[in-house]
Ligand binder design. Structure first.
Ligand SMILES: Cc1ncc(COP(=O)(O)O)c(C=O)c1O
Length: 397
């Protein structure tokens, strides 16, 4: 067997794979430039007077078949806007998964509400519906299912529990653009859907986000006002409640429109290359590729490969380092440990315990997280598969 690059051998992939850090892995070009140029030439780049943000919101709302889409400055801003919209405040509890981006938690804490952590499914790492109900108290106001890595949460049981306990559902779709659950786009199943357009997402505006709902004024608040200082612009300097300024700019919206028009194609390309990799990994001991099932359309934000730690002589951390040395930039899972274990969150968790969510703990040691993008060709995928085989077979027990 060839010597591992980690031990001084030659890397399986001696060139740079396409990356979301630049145009090698991002399809950004002429159309984005044309629309951004229009904005610059117009002399108006801000939220107040431009047409691009309105157009971006309108095209998004049409695609998702929702009444309202509000473009904002980030995914975190979209989630915080949703909290304000639903009037979540001090004393309220919000159920969140133990594995997610910090932005999900920051949104809850920003309104002085308390995040309550729910365990996850070992394979998908999405919120486990079976672990929700016993975490509900009389203070619980909302659930935030996070559709991780492009794969949808099991929304039917989550919606049943939410209806039974009269809870709002905010879908965190920051990693799940055009992901479907039983034929429905995620973001349209709960009360509010939140998206991120940060550089690594399925489409990007550099940074940015979108919030959607079919229930504007559900809490007597308009979604738009929740990202605009509580300001009903048709009135002279009135402010109905406290809210931040989370405007997207016209420049970002120009890029967003161009990117959004290509999103279906991006998703097809991501799906084609990811399912090809899963085919190539068939028969490899100790790994379970991302789920492909008839009730879900996985859009592969990243390629999340579950491993069975007992089958290997070393941890997922060492496996990730070895794969990176072979030329596949791999992380040992999405998070090193559940998000409630971060120092900045620990003291905000009621009755903190390392094993608050034991499956999440296990899941963090059972994943190899391989970055994905729309520019991966069959050749790239074949090289990635060869690198994975080389490393995993070397360390196989
Ligand atoms: C699941 C999830 N939620 C929230 C966020 C926050 O989005 P942003 O980084 O755009 O603020 C992200 C993005 O990294 C994410 O992946």
């Amino acid at each position: 067997m060839n010597e591992l690059a980690l031990m001084g051998g030659s890397p399986q992939i001696p060139y740079e794979l396409p990356s979301v850090k630049n145009t090698s892995g991002r399809d950004v070009g002429e159309e984005e430039l044309r629309l951004v140029t229009e904005v610059v030439k117009s002399g108006n780049m801000g939220f107040l007077y431009g047409a691009k943000i309105k157009q971006f919101q309108q095209e998004w709302a049409e695609k998702f078949k929702v009444d309202t889409a509000v473009a904002v400055s980030s995914g975190t801003a979209s989630l915080h806007t949703a909290m304000i919209f639903l009037n979540i405040g001090p004393g309220d509890e919000v159920l969140v998964p133990a594995i997610t981006d910090m932005g999900t938690i920051i949104a809850v804490l920003s309104e002085n509400a308390t995040p309550v952590f729910v365990d996850v499914d070992l394979h998908t790492q999405n919120m486990d519906p079976k672990d929700i109900e016993h975490r509900i108290t009389e203070r619980t106001k909302a659930i935030i299912p996070v559709h991780l890595y492009g794969f949808p949460c099991d929304m039917d049981p989550i919606m049943d529990i939410a209806r039974k306990h009269k809870l709002f559902v905010v879908e965190d779709c920051c990693q799940a653009h055009l992901t479907e659950y039983k034929g429905r786009l995620v973001g349209t199943i709960g009360d509010v859907g939140c998206f991120s357009f940060q550089q690594s997402k399925h489409m990007t505006t550099g940074d940015g986000g979108m919030v959607i709902t079919n229930r504007d004024e559900i809490c007597g608040r308009k979604l738009q006002h929740c990202a605009d200082k509580g300001w009903p612009r048709e009135k002279y300097r009135d402010h109905l409640f406290l809210a931040p300024n989370y405007h997207m700019t016209e420049l970002q919206a120009a890029v967003g429109i161009a990117q959004f028009r290509k999103l279906d194609d991006f998703i097809e390309r991501r799906r084609k290359s990811a399912t090809y990799l899963s085919d190539l990994l068939k028969g490899l001991n100790g790994v379970v590729p991302p789920l492909e099932v008839e009730w879900a359309r996985n859009t592969y934000y990243e390629y999340a490969l579950t491993i069975e730690p007992k089958q290997f002589k070393v941890s997922n951390q060492v496996l990730a380092r070895a794969l990176t040395a072979e030329g596949v930039q791999t992380a040992p899972g999405y998070l090193p440990y559940p998000i409630y274990m971060y120092e900045v969150i620990k003291n905000k968790v009621q009755s903190f315990d390392v094993d608050l969510c034991p499956v999440a703990n296990q899941a963090c040691q059972s994943m190899l997280f391989i970055p994905w993008n729309e520019k991966l060709t069959d050749q790239h995928v074949e090289d990635i598969a060869a690198a994975i085989r080389k490393v995993l077979m070397y360390y196989s027990k």
